[in-house]
Design a protein around this ligand. Structure first.
Ligand code: RAT
Ligand code: ZN
Length: 435
């Protein structure tokens, strides 16, 4: 069959989206200063290091660990045995089961192949040993540049988890650990809202007089903790992930999480002029044996987001939700409040069919005033596939919408199309940060 030539408009849109560098607003990536378990050609391997990259990390991504347990169940391969295996043995197992024994049809599997292909390796070789030796020759810091160039990512936003002991130690040991200009820090503090009592115990160990009882002094000292860590990390926003059961019931809501939000988190971020990112809908560890792959999705409460946006007009909120069922309601919420910026197709929504659906619906309800995607990459190289796949989908939607406008006689200029692409991939985020 003869291919139909793409219209010049669709071509223009896809070129604008391809060529626009993206500021990735949420990842779990780090610069080499945080250490890397795979030393590469520099040979400086740090087993507890936080920068993950290379083929074995790509294959052992927690999305794929969950998928491989559908092929070889725990009755055949006990979880403890899997976790005892070396990273390379785990990767071998996943490669065999998900790529060789059956076709790698899932989005997370396909992503590994897109990544190899864009790096100049040939997925049809199916040569895991060959891929490994290619990666072993890379220098981590140069490789970051290379990946950013291929993915056309201009800045990578980190997730700096202040309650993670490993990461915390690295900030305390080296105040410059986070100052690689390719990366932007973000202060992440789930425990303050998800587990006040536990967070208070840790804070008091760390020298802040914060107790389970949320007295005025406790709350002031918790604010001090947050201020200190914003100073230390120079985080560009504050962030948490919240369970489906998260509720904010207004000024009279005295649950410990709501008090911490109202009295600690929001005032400190407002005083610093920083936005607050809420990722809502992850129910943790329904199958803890899968570790990072063991969380699931649950429907959340958009009403709480509305209450926050209304009651805290001096705060700016980024929000993404994990359940497909919440998406339309969240988009409508964004029509009501300019201090709400919705972003990304998070985790289980990061599939082509759902990215297409969400992006279309968002554009119809919000025009170009949202952030269509973040990568959530945990492995550096994933930037390549996450942005390649998403860019194509975003371009298709944007081209369709411009075609609808063209049908009215409205003629967008090339500059206008490039401006739209820039808003979606870069400046909506940048401007919302600036306030
Ligand atoms: O998408 C993921 O990789 C999840 O494991 C989480 O990291 C989630 O994105 C989060 O930031 O909590
Ligand atoms: Zn994440």
């Amino acid at each position: 069959s003869t291919a139909i030539a793409p219209t010049p408009l669709a071509e223009l849109v896809s070129q604008a989206i391809e060529e626009q560098p993206v500021w990735d607003m949420h990842t779990h990536l780090y610069p080499p200063t945080f250490g890397t378990p795979a030393g590469g050609s520099s040979g400086k391997a740090d087993p507890q290091g936080l920068l993950l990259w290379g083929i074995d990390e790509l294959l052992t991504y927690h999305y794929l660990v969950a998928e491989v347990y559908r092929c070889v169940p725990a009755s055949k391969l006990p979880y403890a045995d899997f976790w005892k295996m070396s990273k390379q043995e785990q990767a071998d197992h996943i490669w065999r089961e998900l790529f060789l024994e059956r076709s790698p049809l899932s989005e997370a599997c396909r992503g590994v192949l897109t990544t190899l292909e864009k790096l100049g390796l040939d997925p049809s070789d199916r040569d895991l040993a060959g891929y490994r030796s290619w990666f072993a020759e890379q220098d981590p810091s140069d490789y970051i540049d290379r990946v950013m160039e291929i993915a056309n990512v201009s800045r990578i936003t980190m997730t700096n988890a202040v309650f993670d002991p490993n990461e915390r130690q690295r900030w305390l040991a080296d105040p410059q650990v986070g100052s690689d200009p390719r990366f932007a820090p973000v202060l992440r503090f789930d425990n303050l809202l998800r587990d006040w009592a536990g967070a208070a115990r840790l804070l008091s160990e760390w020298g802040y007089e914060v107790y389970e009882e949320q007295s005025d002094a406790s709350l002031e000292n918790a604010r001090g903790f947050l201020r200190d860590w914003l100073d230390r990390t120079r985080g560009i926003y504050g962030a948490v992930s919240l369970p489906p059961s998260f509720r904010y019931g207004g000024a009279d809501d005295n649950s410990t999480g709501s008090v911490a939000l109202r009295e600690v988190v929001l005032p400190v971020l407002a005083e610093r002029g920083l936005p607050f990112a809420m990722m809502i809908g992850s129910q943790l560890q329904v199958n803890a044996s899968l570790r990072d792959g063991g969380d699931t999705v649950g429907k959340s409460d958009v009403g709480s987001v509305l209450t926050l946006c209304r009651d805290f007009p001096d705060n700016r909120f980024f929000c993404t939700m994990l359940a497909r069922e919440n998406q339309h309601e969240l988009m409508v919420a964004a029509r009501k409040f300019g201090n709400l910026m919705i972003f990304g197709c998070w985790w289980f929504l990061n599939n082509p069919s759902l990215i297409d659906e969400l992006t279309r619906m968002r554009m119809e309800l919000l025009g170009p005033t949202f952030i269509p995607q973040h990568s959530d990459a945990r492995v550096l190289d994933q930037l390549i596939y996450k942005w390649d796949h998403s860019r194509k989908l975003i371009a298709t939607v944007l081209a369709d919408k411009h075609a609808d406008l063209a049908a009215t006689g409205w003629k967008a200029t090339e500059d206008e199309v490039r401006r739209d692409a820039k808003m979606l991939l870069h400046s909506n985020f940048e401007k919302f940060l600036a306030g």
